[in-house]
Ligand binder design. Structure first.
Ligand SMILES: [Zn+2]
Length: 302
């Protein structure tokens, strides 16, 4: 966590209160007989010009004003989903761990706040293998943080990051991501189970391939009784730009045009079906609905 003085000197004073006192976990959600908590891993600090790259300046100003975003950087929250049902504790993504950003890697504290020990986790399910979703998989001694858990990942995602050519072909900006993914996935090799798109990977948990952000990025529909909820991961990466300009090609997507197509399709489906979702980087806890707003969409927190 940034110290208060440094935080203020960076001009983030306006959001200090919400970031300094994170609510680590909420457990007010349920889907049928599944109990759902959103556990916070903290937040990221990203330069604004990365997020808004290529968007005309007047539109950036409009977004910053409308959503009260800090002008010199954005701080997306990191919302992990914990599903508990009949002896299973399923964690969707594991956060950033200690080696990515000081402001992230807090999920073990969040789990502790609701009396969940890492060894209680029976299954880890990955949306994708970026650092803020994967690097928390090892502890300080490089041993598995969740030793009792099967770690489920899409075959396409695992194959991509395991391929020794990826680190050479991915481009300089993402080389550290590739090296980190290969290292972390290699270290949990014996705990990994792969799945295919469309598969029911665990009882009531259905995988939907949502590629573009990464080649095998996956979102998950959670169904029980007549209720459902979708863990979207980074297929929709923020609550402002992705909703106001859904076709905009986002810098954070590895394949920008595929990412935009996936997002358009997903937003359309979510709005039409009034599906409740959890957005990984939306304002904590990131629970809500997608609504149509003319040719674009709006985020409705719930
Ligand atoms: Zn992310």
């Amino acid at each position: 966590m940034l110290c208060r003085r440094k935080f203020l000197s960076l001009g983030f004073g306006a959001v200090l209160a919400s970031k300094a006192t994170p609510a680590w976990s909420v457990s007010s959600l349920s889907v049928g007989d599944m109990k759902i908590d959103v556990v916070s891993d903290g937040h990221l600090n990203l330069p604004a010009n990365f997020t808004f790259s290529g968007l005309p300046e007047d539109k950036v100003k409009e977004l910053i004003q409308k959503y009260s975003l800090p002008t010199n950087g954005i701080q997306p929250d990191c919302n992990l989903t914990l599903v508990r049902q009949q002896g299973r504790a399923i964690l969707f993504d594991v956060g950033a761990g200690p080696n990515f950003m000081e402001s992230a890697g807090k999920v073990i504290d969040a789990l502790d706040a609701i009396d969940v020990d890492p060894s209680d986790i029976t299954d880890v399910v990955f949306t994708h293998a970026h650092p803020d979703h994967l690097w928390g998989v090892l502890d300080d001694f490089d041993d598995p943080m969740f030793p009792e858990a099967r770690h489920h990942i899409a075959a396409a995602e695992l194959d991509y990051w395991r391929d020794p050519n990826t680190v050479k072909s991915i481009g300089e900006a993402r080389q550290a991501f590739a090296a980190g993914a290969a290292r972390n996935l290699g270290a949990i090799d014996e705990l990994i189970s792969v799945f295919k798109p469309g598969q029911e990977i665990l009882p009531g948990i259905f995988a939907r391939l949502t590629p573009g952000h990464t080649p095998g990025h996956t979102s998950f529909e959670i169904r029980s009784g007549n209720q459902s909820l979708m863990v979207v991961g980074d297929a929709i990466v923020n609550h402002h730009l992705a909703f106001e300009y859904p076709a905009w090609e986002a810098n954070s997507d590895q394949d920008k045009s595929l990412g935009a197509n996936t997002r358009l399709q997903l937003l359309g489906d979510l709005a039409a079906n009034k599906t409740k979702i959890i957005g990984f980087h939306f304002p904590y806890p990131g629970v809500g609905y997608v609504e149509r707003n003319g040719t674009a969409y709006r985020w409705v927190a719930a």
